[in-house]
Design a protein around this ligand. Structure first.
Ligand code: URA
Ligand code: SF4
Length: 213
């Protein structure tokens, strides 16, 4: 299977998933979207009100700001992959709970393995916790670090900057570093490496390793 088809298959599973309690209150799950060969993958927290209505990630106010931040570094949202750590909206936009994060992580892991991006950007404290469980966002935002063989950088959530205008220039500055990080990653990281689902028939997959929660 080609990477695009693998992503579509993952999305189809997410749309009917009932593997954690968030399924019962969702309207639409939000698998994520973007090109299968995206160089940068953004990982947010979870769908909010508008995302739950539309089944698409970052379509509300935070999404508009994300698009502006991308435009500031000459990228369109169609050129990056945008996903979340949980694919269904937590009621009232509460934080996702540990059992929900763990249940949903397999989809995100499969998306990462399929896209194999040069750079992962986490948006906000919750998705930072997947890669840097003990870090403080105020200390590490904007700094790219190798996690296994992949470059990951934590950023403040765009929604946080809408509530705290002082974070806006911080986010803009951190975004300006992304093209350089992609170039740094390209020197070390080969996108032709593991894309396990492309090589295996669908019923012969090894279980995806749960990571870090
Ligand atoms: N906030 C997120 O973390 N994800 C979305 O998809 C929308 C808003
Ligand atoms: Fe399934 Fe994830 Fe939705 Fe929970 S949040 S029901 S694990 S898709």
């Amino acid at each position: 299977m080609e990477a695009k088809q693998v992503l579509e298959a993952i999305a189809a599973e997410v749309r009917v998933c009932e593997q954690c309690k968030l399924f019962s209150s969702r309207k639409h799950s939000v698998p994520g979207e973007g090109p299968a060969n995206a160089e940068i993958m953004f990982i947010g927290e979870g769908p909010g009100f508008y995302e739950n209505e539309q089944g698409r990630p970052f379509v509300g106010a935070a999404g508009k700001f994300l698009s502006e931040l991308l435009a500031g570094i000459h990228l369109k949202r169609e050129e990056v992959f945008i996903a979340n750590v949980v694919k269904c909206r937590p009621p009232g936009n509460r934080d996702p709970e540990p059992d929900e994060l763990e249940a949903c992580d397999k989809y995100l892991e499969r998306q990462i393995a399929t896209i194999n991006p040069h750079l992962i950007v986490t948006l906000g404290r919750i998705s930072m916790g997947k890669f840097f469980p003990d870090a403080r966002i105020s200390s590490i935002h904007g700094q790219a670090r190798w996690v296994k063989d992949r470059l990951v950088v934590a950023m403040y959530h765009p929604a946080a900057a809408l509530h705290q205008p002082a974070l806006r220039p911080t986010l803009e500055n951190d975004f300006k570093k992304l093209p350089g990080y992609v170039e740094e990653s390209k020197k070390k990281h080969s996108p032709a490496a593991a894309r396990p689902e492309e090589k295996k028939p669908a019923d012969d997959q090894e279980p995806t390793q749960l990571s870090l929660f």
